[in-house]
Design a protein around this ligand. Structure first.
Ligand SMILES: O=C(CO)[C@H](O)[C@H](O)COP(=O)(O)O
Length: 227
């Protein structure tokens, strides 16, 4: 059911399932499909790399059977090289690992790309963009964390906007830039103008009564601010 490696139409709003109702995952996904979502962002947390636990490949694999939406997996885990095969087998289309958890990510990128999937690298707010130098041309996506990873509902860190510009300068136009944390109608325009194309959003969708209008509003704001 997994899709081949393709660049999506942007702007792309990626609902962060960390903020959904875990007791009703299947119906939450159906609601997102009805709301015209095109992707699901899976926040995988191991209670070690980040101070929170969420879900893993077994849960994702079972939900892969229930939807054809693009699966964007964000591995906030220690030693992602050890676990990446599980997420590929589970049917993830994009697999993003953290530079802080994997100082030599190139072999992991190769494994993801060889499986026909998109390889991403994420960086935490305190990690400098220059730490990604070796990743240029080797991965498909850079995910800029605009909050400290671990929990939804945090305040957007303002310096993330300049960081996105720096990532765009370093990686050029071929690499997708995703931004994650505190994204909503008040922050999406500035990160879109800075060069972000994929917008991970938890609270600003799941805390709203209508997912469709929440997604549409952010898509329109991001498109209007695009560089
Ligand atoms: O990765 C994350 C936290 O580590 C979440 O994706 C992110 O925080 C989304 O939630 P919100 O939009 O509420 O900030």
């Amino acid at each position: 059911m997994s899709k081949p490696k393709t660049r999506p139409a942007c702007p792309l709003i990626a609902p962060s399932l960390l903020k959904c109702d875990f007791g009703n995952l299947e119906s939450e996904i159906a609601r997102l499909e009805d709301a015209n979502a095109r992707t699901l962002h899976w926040d995988v947390m191991d209670g070690h790399f980040v101070p929170n636990l969420s879900y893993g490949a077994m849960v994702i694999e079972r939900l892969r059977e229930r939807t054809e939406l693009l699966f964007d997996a964000h591995l906030m885990i220690t030693d992602p090289a050890r676990w990446v095969d599980d997420y590929l087998r589970a049917g993830c289309d994009w697999v993003t690992i953290h530079i802080e958890a994997c100082p030599d990510p190139l072999p992991v990128f190769r494994k993801i790309r060889d499986a026909g999937k998109m390889a991403g690298i994420a960086l935490n707010p305190e990690t400098p963009v220059k730490s990604l130098q070796a990743c240029v041309g080797e991965c498909d996506l850079v995910l800029v964390m605009s909050v400290h990873p671990g929990f939804g509902g945090q305040k957007f860190i303002a310096s993330s906007t300049d960081k996105i510009k720096e990532v765009r300068e370093l990686f050029g136009s071929d690499t997708l830039i995703s931004v994650d944390g505190g994204i909503g109608p008040k922050t999406i325009s500035q990160v879109s103008a800075a060069g972000a194309e994929v917008f991970v959003a938890g609270s600003s969708i799941f805390d709203q009564p209508c997912y469709e209008s929440a997604i549409r509003e952010m898509e329109e704001l991001a498109a209007g601010a695009r560089i």
